[in-house]
Design a binder for this molecule. Structure first.
Ligand code: HEC
Ligand code: HEC
Length: 323
């Protein structure tokens, strides 16, 4: 077989575009600690024993808790009744929002808090997942892959109902930020980081270690779960300077768009008191262009020059703020 000259030229050109494209995308190394993923992690089998959480008389089985078409409700008085799409979703693709984001939209480091986000913003994000404009960096972790499939499967009524429900909820501060040279020894339980039993610690280094305080309560999807985030010493003050002043042109003061208290302004979402792992993933995804939604353009200048350390500092400071 003969390979044509134009064919060779085209192949070289594609190679060149690929090289320059990937060289650009590598400017900031992937903060891999924020994208934990052990796909073949073995879950313990359901022993049939009904589970409970503190301050609730309700019980759920482990099988129910793992069912993505079921949102465990533990504290009915904490939130309004769940609309169908949040409570059960619709087979085959639309998993119950509450199964991952929790009944009260509190979320976890493995996904996102949704409580109190502007309805128009929530709707736009679902449209961005639907169109493929909002993708994500790092390993293709199953909850993110499912989020995309869910958005693609949602109909207009479901989008409106979910956005109305989550935007009306009050966000909760559930993370304690600790500056430290060391952190507890951890393991990756499929898609989240958890503390190993015992009190062993290790050097923190250049990462954030964000773990549930009580792993059982977390796995029961209890909306009252708390988290600890171990961050490098000095992160909070460095983050505060970047957030408030833009760090002499490195970025832009966030309050201009996210509101004086960082709790959102108009259709722009709150960034206060949210999971630092989630915030770093968004800053990184926006910088790399894997998240390039209809509303993403104003964030381009904000993230362009940030290093992975800057992202960690910003996320650490934001997590200390009241949502
Ligand atoms: C299988 C788990 C899972 C289910 C079920 C799920 N999501 Fe998500 N959702 C995610 C993950 C993971 C992310 C993105 C986290 C990231 O980017 O790192 C996300 C992100 C979002 C965001 C973006 C939040 C933001 O601040 O920009 C919205 C909005 C959202 N989900 C809405 C929904 C709605 C509505 C439903 C129910 C129809 C739903 N999700 C069901 C896992 C899930
Ligand atoms: C010029 C306006 C503007 C400024 C300044 C700005 N933002 Fe944003 N930000 C936005 C908009 C608009 C969005 C929604 C982007 C989208 O939908 O993709 C956003 C989204 C975000 C998100 C994603 C939130 C989520 O729920 O997923 C984060 C994190 C964020 N901004 C952080 C910051 C930080 C930190 C600063 C300051 C260092 C900042 N932004 C400054 C306009 C701005």
């Amino acid at each position: 077989m003969q390979i044509s000259k134009t064919g060779v030229m085209a192949a070289l050109l594609v190679g060149l575009v690929w090289l320059t494209g990937s060289a650009f995308a590598q400017t900031t190394p992937l903060p891999s600690w924020a994208y934990p993923w052990v796909p073949d992690f073995k879950l313990h089998p359901d022993d049939g024993i009904p589970r409970r959480v503190p301050d609730s008389t309700i019980t759920h089985t482990v099988t129910q808790e793992r069912d993505l078409f079921f949102a465990p409700v533990w504290h009915q008085a904490d939130h309004p009744p769940l609309p169908e799409v949040v409570a059960r979703g619709r087979k085959p693709d639309v998993r119950a929002c509450g199964s991952c984001h929790r009944a009260e939209g509190t979320g976890g480091p493995e996904n996102s808090s949704l409580a109190g986000l502007p309805a128009a913003y929530i709707i736009q994000q679902i449209m961005d997942y639907k169109s493929g404009a909002r993708k994500f960096s790092g390993p293709q972790r199953s909850p993110n892959v499912l989020m995309t499939a869910i958005a693609k499967g949602m109909n207009e009524t479901e989008i409106q109902e979910a956005a109305a429900y989550f935007s009306a909820l009050k966000p909760k501060q559930n993370t304690t930020v600790i500056e430290s040279d060391t952190a507890p020894k951890t393991f990756i339980a499929r898609v989240f980081v958890a503390k190993l039993p015992g009190n062993e610690t290790e050097t923190l280094g250049n990462r954030i270690v964000e773990v549930p305080v009580d792993i059982d309560q977390f796995e029961h999807r209890d909306t009252r779960s708390k988290f600890m985030a171990y961050v490098p010493p000095g992160s909070i003050a460095k983050g505060e300077a970047l957030v408030k002043t833009g760090g002499q042109g490195k970025t832009m003061a966030c309050a201009a768009c996210h509101g004086a208290d960082l709790k959102g302004l108009g259709d722009i979402p709150s960034i206060a008191g949210r999971s630092p792992s989630y915030i770093v993933r968004q800053l990184y995804d926006l910088q790399q262009g894997t998240r390039a939604g209809v509303l993403s353009a104003p964030m381009k200048l904000v993230v362009e020059k940030l290093t992975d350390q800057d992202m960690m500092s910003i996320a650490s400071y934001l997590a200390t703020q009241t949502p």
